[in-house]
Design a protein around this ligand. Sequence first.
Ligand SMILES: Cc1cc2nc3c(=O)[nH]c(=O)nc-3n(C[C@H](O)[C@H](O)[C@H](O)COP(=O)(O)OP(=O)(O)OC[C@H]3O[C@@H](n4cnc5c(N)ncnc54)[C@H](O)[C@@H]3O)c2cc1C
Length: 292
Amino acid sequence: MSFPADLDHLVRTDEPLAPLVWLGIGGPARYFAEPVDRVELARIYEAAHSAGLAVRVLGGGSNVLVREAGFDGLVISLSAAATSELSIDENRLTAGAGAKLSHAVIKSVGAGLGGLEHLVGIPGTVGGAVMGNASNGGRDIGSVVDTITVVESDGCTRTLSQQEAGFSHRKTSLLGLGVLETTFVLEARDVSALTKRMQKLWISRNSSRPSEQRRIAMPFVDPDGMPAKDLLQSCGLAGVREGDVSLDAAHPHYLIAHDGATSDQCLRLIERVREQVTLQTGIDLQLNLQIW
Ligand SMILES: Cc1cc2nc3c(=O)[nH]c(=O)nc-3n(C[C@H](O)[C@H](O)[C@H](O)COP(=O)(O)OP(=O)(O)OC[C@H]3O[C@@H](n4cnc5c(N)ncnc54)[C@H](O)[C@@H]3O)c2cc1C
């Protein structure tokens, strides 16, 4: 397909995605664009929509597994300054989708606003966290969302309420939409108490994560009433390996891509693990990781 001439400079073809995702594997995107602002974003969506091209937004790439064949459509990155801004107005924090979640957490804590600090240490962007209703310690990001501005497949934008976004455990009903901006309603709190709480949470997160492993993912959703880590351990799946991909031995809710790992090996390991869990416990372990 060809994009309108004035958008042509924005769109690259056969862009490698492996360097943009945490697992560091997978094929290229047929088209890739980094719009500088909302106007460009809307026009790109519109052009892709008219051409019947599938569109995905890439955030920090911490929750995406790209297949070997790559993605046969348009991948949009919202990392430009205009789509990554953070601002505070009284007890509200507004975040562009491309803003790093860690920056949003630190900014809110620094302003004495509580409600996001439990998300400290979760990699990725605000857009990615909202899309997948990221959570930690039983509290999810959706619980402090006020409104979300989204772009629809035809390039039109609209603002949704928390209720319309359909937040449930690690899920939303935002599939097919691009998250552009989110406003959070937070609670005024004491800055130093909040900072201490955030630091404590940060230390505890770091101690429960494979050290020195950079190419990792957290593929599964915790099933009802039990952390995936405990379930996998009790099923004897800690350290299980498929080619150059394994579940971590000490923290089996993390999948590790070792040197030589492929997307096919990841998919095979995930399937094997899910089958074993169902066989041993009857639990249908759901995937958090998005497969492109
Ligand atoms: C070490 C590690 C620890 C983790 N810990 C946690 C945890 O404690 N809790 C938790 O919930 N998750 C956790 N995760 C998973 C992951 O970090 C989160 O799901 C995170 O919110 C994904 O954000 P991202 O920007 O990296 O999204 P990406 O990986 O880039 O994208 C994930 C999905 O969201 C979509 N998406 C991203 N941005 C947008 C947007 N603006 N509009 C529309 N769709 C979008 C993508 O298309 C894709 O389908 C962890 C992952 C790792 C590697």
